[in-house]
Write a protein that binds this ligand. Structure first.
Ligand code: GAP
Length: 459
């Protein structure tokens, strides 16, 4: 349970993220649309930086992993083969009074009763019935619910389907796009087992109760990588990727003390092993990313349902087998939220509160803010010249509104590592003041040295 201090932090963070153009609720002018968020001008820069860093570490930094961008829509049989049409569900109950839908396992969790993901409808109903008197509707004083029903999370569409051919689906995970292209990648690149395929893209789940802000949404982005290995090597690569991904999150700026491993206690029937990296969000520990040893399940299923052989022929050992898969799977939105929660800081400066996002400099949405001290032409034209000189090397912001103090605060609140102030002395000494975000220390730097100075700071 989150403490008052944590709830307050979450409220302050959410309000900052709206105020500073990171995140907007979807369709706000129409009263909102649950489970979907829009990323504003600052948010899209941060999200792009997170994805770029992931791609650098997972694809460009490794000769044994290649990238992919598969369609959001796939043949409906993909979801039959993967087991999503039959088994990708959460337990749902409806409040009899207000008709609102809730996850039965979440209501049980709130009164301290754990429900196992693998439980059947009957088992869940029995458990729910047993604790019925303690369970209250989160939105009204009633405690009368409909029986627990498994609710499929795939989002249906009618794209390209006719009235009698059943629905097509928006993908529930990006991983399936990788499995169905495994053979294409193998045939068109020089990759040999062991190798991986990575992709970043949108996924959709009809979550029963989207909650905790960006943590559980109906539309979100995943960053997934499937590593295809010889069966006997699965555990070796599993352990390697556990370490690799954990270190990557720390390198991106997350504090180690807010991260922990959470092994899956109830594995899905095909999985060999699964561990989640959890982050201590202000509302409590929650899954940030999963590392899964999936055996040969996915490729075997697609081979069976498509009739196309997905066996691998190993020229060195002269044997054939269906590769096993080690998966790393994380969400952009959850990492975005974790990085912001970790970076959020408040301090008192000269009797006033300063809010600052101490983000890793390389993922900050804006790298350098260029601030002429006043709107006088001679200062703004010098400032615009500096903007033009730096804009191809760093994401720059230009701001000439309000007092310099207010402009510094605004940049602190979006985590801009450096502010450059052009004052009247700059016209004489051809130098500017560079203020550093975390320490607020100021350096006087010659305009001709600015680019080099900043490159060194970001290196
Ligand atoms: N291919 C495996 C897979 O999709 P998952 O645990 O269901 O596994 C992986 O999802 C990651 O995707 C999670 O760790 C989380 O970061 C993100 N994710 C899943 N459901 C989400 C949701 N409803 N909202 C936001 N992110 C979600």
């Amino acid at each position: 349970m989150a403490k008052d201090k944590d709830i307050e932090k979450m409220e302050k963070l959410t309000s900052l993220l709206k105020r500073r153009g990171f995140v907007y609720p979807s369709s706000e002018i129409y009263g909102g649309f649950a489970g979907v968020y829009d990323y504003g001008p600052t948010g899209v820069e941060l999200a792009n930086n997170i994805k770029r860093e992931w791609w650098r570490i997972m694809v460009q930094g490794r000769p044994d992993i290649v990238g992919l961008d598969s369609g959001i829509f796939m043949h409906p049989k993909v979801w039959e083969a993967s087991g999503h049409t039959s088994g990708f569900s959460d337990p749902l109950v409806e409040c009899k009074k207000n008709g609102k839908r809730f996850r039965a396992d979440h209501l049980l969790e709130e009164i301290g009763v754990g429900a196992d993901e693998k439980m059947s409808e009957d088992e869940l109903n029995e458990l729910f019935e047993k604790h019925k008197k303690d369970i209250k509707c989160p939105e009204c004083p009633d405690n009368e619910f409909t029986p627990v029903k498994k609710f499929n999370l795939l989002t249906e569409s009618n794209l390209g389907t006719t009235s009698n051919s059943g629905p097509s689906y928006l993908r529930g995970e990006t991983a399936q796009g990788i499995y169905i292209n495994y053979k294409n990648v193998l045939d068109t690149t020089n990759q040999k087992i062991p190798f991986g395929v990575a992709q970043i893209g949108k996924a959709f789940r009809n979550e029963i109760s989207p909650r905790q802000y960006l943590f559980r949404t109906r539309e979100f982005e995943q960053m997934e990588m499937q590593f295809f290995v010889r069966p006997e090597d699965e555990m070796k690569y599993y352990d390697e990727f556990k370490e690799y991904r954990f270190n990557a999150l720390v390198e991106l700026g997350l504090n180690k003390k807010n991260l922990k491993w959470a092994p899956h206690e109830n594995l899905v029937f095909y999985a060999t092993k699964a561990d989640d990296i959890e982050y201590k969000f202000p509302f409590g520990w929650g899954e940030l990313e999963g590392i899964h040893a999936r055996g040969s399940y996915d490729l075997t299923q697609h081979q069976k349902h498509s009739g196309v052989s997905l066996e691998y022929f190993d020229q060195e050992t002269n044997d054939k087998f269906i590769p096993h898969v080690v998966e790393t799977s994380g969400g952009v939105g959850r990492l975005f939220l974790a990085l912001l929660a970790d970076a959020y800081d408040e301090e008192e400066v000269n009797g006033e509160e300063r809010i600052v996002l101490r983000l890793n400099k390389n993922i900050a949405p804006v790298k350098v803010a260029i601030l002429p001290l006043s709107k006088k032409d001679e200062l703004t034209s010098e400032a615009k010249t500096i903007f033009n000189e730096l804009k191809d090397s760093f994401v720059c912001a230009y701001d000439e509104t309000q007092s310099i103090g207010k402009r510094y605060r605004r940049q602190d609140e979006i985590g801009t590592p450096f502010c450059i102030t052009i004052d009247f002395d700059s016209l004489e000494d051809k130098a500017v003041t560079v203020r550093e975000r975390d320490t607020m220390t100021q350096d006087r730097v010659a305009i001709s040295d600015l680019k080099k100075y900043l490159e060194e700071k970001f290196s």
